[in-house]
Each structure stands twice: as C-alpha cells, then as structure tokens.
Design a protein around this ligand. Structure first.
Ligand code: ADP
Ligand code: MG
Length: 236
C-alpha cells in the first residue's frame, strides 16, 4: 500500500490541479477511498519489472497488473489490464506487455508506472457512482455490474447527503435486488457492506464539491464485506 497521510484527499486533489489533471489516477482514487473507509484491493505502484515481481510476491498470487497513466482513462480498452497472474514470470511478462500496449495506443502517453494489486475473487459485481447534477448537486447512483447498468439501466439515484435509510432503499429498489439476496448458486451479498460504501461515498462527495464524477466500478460484493476493484474520480 502506498503511504497515506492525513488529509490524503485534499493533498491528492491539489496535486492533480497543479498538474492540470481532471482525472485522478487509480492509485489516487483508491487512496481517497481508503481515507473514507471504502474498501479497495491492496495495491502497490511498480516502476520496473523487478519491482512488479517483488510486490506481487508481497501481495500474494494471483495478482492483477494495470497501467497507470494520466493519458489512459479506460485501461482495459487499450490492453492495460492483465488479471490472474500466478507467478513472478507471468508478472514480468505482463509488465512488458502492458507497457507495449500503452505505447501502441499512444506513444506520447505519460506512464506513471504499473499497478500491482491483489486479485479479488469473482463475485456479484455492484456499482456505486456519483455525479454532480447541475440542478440537484451531488447525486449518488447504485446498480449491479455488467448488463444491469449498461443494458437494462437498472439503477437507483438519490441526492446526497443520504441517510442509512436512503442507502438501504437504493439497494433494495433495483430490479436485480433478488440476485443480491442470493439466487441458485449465487450466495447472498453483504448488504450492510454495500450500504456503508454508499454512505461513505456520500460523505466524500459532500466534503469535496469539486468532484464532478465518481465511479466505483466494479465493487465485488461478498457474503462478508465488499471490495472496490476499480475507482475513477473526475474533478470539475
Ligand atoms: P478499466 O475500467 O479502466 O478498463 P478495470 O480496473 O475496471 O479497468 O479493470 C477491468 C476489469 O478487470 C474489471 O472490470 C474487473 O472485471 C477486472 N479486474 C480489475 N482489477 C481486478 C482485481 N484487482 N481483481 C479482480 N478483477 C479485477
Ligand atoms: Mg473499470
């Protein structure tokens, strides 16, 4: 884990501003999440193949490698995400491949490094989002991952700040809710853990009105707990 000091979020936001960046890097967005007690996958930023292999050993296999670049927002679209790497050799190969893919996509892309993170076990995927509506202000969104949000638009919205009651309603009012309660071979998800992510996200966007968009996508919802696998934060 990168060192996280007090007031991480304001430091991170001012640094992004100084560098003229609107989108926080995944490392930065996840550090912000950590300050707000939103659970994220363990991660370390590697600057070399050797470092990536070393960090993978520390984190424990399997791991995921991802490109970290202010010029690459949708990482998997450019071959910037490699999952389920099971050995140091696989990590070294993936490191090279990810840099190669990034260069192919944009030879001028500034590369900060390659993120090594724990591979979160597959589970029901949920999405927590926030957008700053011009009329209503900070607004939270909840839905289930994949086709539920993208195809079926099965989402709930509430204007922030939200109460525990609101967060609970956001979860139970999506049509796919029965999936979260457990269905056939899908175990029930920890609804309280999801509610906590919603409440903490509400607090975050209320504290920082300069956040224009936030996207925790996906969050793996487990029988006990939840884990954010990807986090995006866009500033005004
Ligand atoms: P992007 O959205 O920028 O393309 P993501 O970080 O969301 O990149 O990675 C793409 C997909 O890879 C995720 O939706 C998820 O399915 C998988 N993934 C990414 N990181 C992890 C992780 N740490 N553990 C498990 N799966 C992951
Ligand atoms: Mg993503």
């Amino acid at each position: 884990m990168e060192a996280v000091d007090l007031n991480t979020t304001s430091t991170i936001i001012s640094q992004a501003r100084r560098e003229g960046r609107k989108a926080l890097l995944e490392t930065e967005a996840k550090a912000v999440c950590m300050e707000y007690a939103i659970p994220v996958t363990t991660f370390k930023l590697a600057k070399s193949e050797e470092e990536a292999a070393e960090f993978a050993g520390q984190i424990g296999f399997p791991v995921v490698l991802k490109i970290v670049s202010p010029d690459i927002i949708h990482k998997s679209d450019v071959g910037g995400v490699m999952v389920n790497l099971k050995s140091a050799v696989e990590v070294r190969n993936a490191y090279g491949k990810i840099l190669e893919n990034a260069k192919k996509y944009n030879p001028a892309a500034k590369i900060v490094g390659v993120l090594v993170q724990e591979m979160a076990p597959q589970s029901t995927e949920v999405i927590v989002g926030a957008i700053k509506d011009p009329q209503f202000g900070q607004t939270l969104m909840f839905g289930l991952g994949g086709i539920f949000v993208e195809l079926l638009k099965d989402v709930t919205f509430r204007v922030a700040p939200i109460t525990q009651e609101d967060a609970h309603e956001m979860v139970i009012k999506v049509k796919a809710y029965p999936l979260l309660k457990g269905y056939r071979n899908t175990p029930p998800a920890d609804i309280d853990a999801i509610i906590n992510v919603l409440l903490n996200t509400s607090k975050l966007v209320m504290d920082y009105p300069e956040i224009k968009e936030l996207d925790l996508n996906p969050i793996m919802a487990y029988e006990k707990g939840a884990k954010t696998v990807d986090a995006r934060i866009i500033l005004e």
